[in-house]
Design a protein around this ligand. Structure first.
Ligand code: NAP
Ligand code: MG
Length: 399
């Protein structure tokens, strides 16, 4: 059989622990036999990040800017325990944070849905994709513990030395205080990434804040979205037959719960943190959640939403064959290959991505699953397989 050709390479970012093992298995069993795989390989495994003083992460992100599409394996974000375990020179920063800063991107997360796992919300028929703003608000705040009576004020000094002052609160006793911010530039990047991605998915875009209470801060988000929509996207949305819809966050939550899904839901940083975990849990398993980072200029980095599945890896090191779910990592690869196929106009590559996804979904829907899904699927006959067997089931359907 002739392998499907590629033109431009993908940026391939390898990672850590169990997902690093699965990474190689996916390539060996599902991709290499069918595709003449072209990638530029960056080893983001913790050992190599440490050896290169984390330069490898920066290089991989910069190369992604140039080539346009990357696929990333889950990576360890070091903590104190990892410092000892890997004998690290420094507690290197989260690779995802570094990559996100370089690509100035927005993260989109969506559950992979199958017909034999029912979401806990029974009306949801189609996946809900969450877009999370990845800058500012409470994640870049400044907090003070107030211990005794005091007057707290907001002070702004402009470049020419002019100041404005605003009373926040006259404290009569102890309490807490917080300052936070966002920038028009970051909000605009977020908005554009959402509008672009909605066009890509051909799904309605919902956005919600609490602008009735936060009349300047949240209202600014609403205005920036509205301005960019009117100027740059209204026509394209109409052409694509999709809608941009703004509402209050509480109204959005109530409507989402009664909806059939199938929309892109843009969330401010904190809302996105909370809502993406809600969607993942409501749809069954973190192992079935995909994630893609999209920059405002249309660069894509695909990955799984879960981590390196450390507990399974320690069992693997003892010689056990684990039943770790590779679905989200498979979908990271198919997402990247499909996007590469679209950009390079290789329709066979796009079709291949579709076929791999269908074969993987078929396997689960027929009741062949990894351990995490055992109690979630509704089939009468369920066969729990290890990761390698699961991948071979998919490959058999493909061939
Ligand atoms: P995790 O790797 O997502 O795993 C947490 C638990 O969820 C696992 O122990 C497992 O439960 C279950 N699980 C997750 N993915 C699964 C899969 N594919 N198949 C089956 N079960 C799965 O999160 P963590 O243990 O908190 O973090 C481990 C490492 O990953 C950390 O070093 C963290 O820094 C890193 N991390 C990286 C990323 C990223 O690169 N994007 C994201 C998150 C975390 P059972 O053990 O009960 O089977
Ligand atoms: Mg969270």
């Amino acid at each position: 059989m002739k392998k499907i050709p590629m033109k431009t390479p993908l940026v391939e970012m390898d990672g850590d622990e169990m997902t690093r093992i699965i990474w190689q298995q996916i390539k060996d069993i599902l991709l290499d036999p069918f595709v003449d795989l072209k990638t530029e390989y960056f080893d983001l495994g913790l050992e190599h990040r440490n050896a290169t003083d984390d330069q490898i992460t920066v290089d991989a992100a910069k190369r992604t800017r140039e080539l346009g599409v990357a696929v990333k394996c889950a990576t360890i974000t070091p903590n104190a325990q990892r410092m000892d375990e890997y004998d690290l020179k420094e507690m290197w920063k989260s690779p995802n944070g570094t990559i996100r800063a370089i690509l100035d991107g927005t993260v989109f997360r969506a559950p992979i849905m199958v017909n034999n796992i029912s979401p806990f919300v029974s009306s949801w028929e189609k996946p809900i994709t969450i877009a999370r703003h990845a800058y500012g608000d409470v994640y870049k705040n400044f907090e003070i513990l107030i211990e005794k009576p005091c007057k707290a004020e907001l002070l702004v000094t402009t470049e020419d030395g002019k100041t404005t002052k605003q009373l926040i609160h006259d404290f009569e006793g102890s309490g807490v205080l917080m300052g936070m911010h966002n920038t028009d530039q970051s909000i605009a990047s977020f908005a554009r990434a959402c509008f672009e991605y909605a066009l890509d998915l051909k799904q309605d875009l919902w956005f919600a804040t609490k602008d009735t209470i936060s009349k300047i801060y949240d209202h600014r988000f609403k205005d920036v979205f509205a301005e960019i929509y009117e100027k740059e996207y209204a026509g394209q949305f109409e052409e694509a037959g999709i809608e941009y819809f703004y509402t209050l966050i509480d109204d959005a939550v109530a409507r989402i719960m009664r909806s059939e899904g199938g929309m892109l839901w843009a969330c401010k940083n904190y809302d996105g943190d909370v809502m993406s975990d809600m969607i993942a849990s409501a749809c069954g398993s973190l192992a079935m959640m995909t994630s893609v980072l999209v920059s405002p200029d249309g660069v894509y980095e695909y990955e799984a939403a879960h981590g390196t599945v450390t507990r399974h890896y320690y069992r693997y090191l003892k010689g056990e064959k684990t039943s770790t779910n590779p679905m989200a990592t498979i979908f990271a690869w198919t997402g990247a290959l499909r996007k590469r196929g679209e950009l390079d106009q290789i329709s066979e590559l796009c079709q291949f991505a579709d076929q791999v996804e269908k074969a993987a979904l078929d396997s689960i829907e027929e009741g062949i699953v990894t351990g995490d899904l055992k109690n979630l699927v509704t089939n009468d006959d369920v066969r729990v397989v290890n990761t390698e067997e699961f991948l071979k089931e998919i490959a058999a359907r493909l061939a």
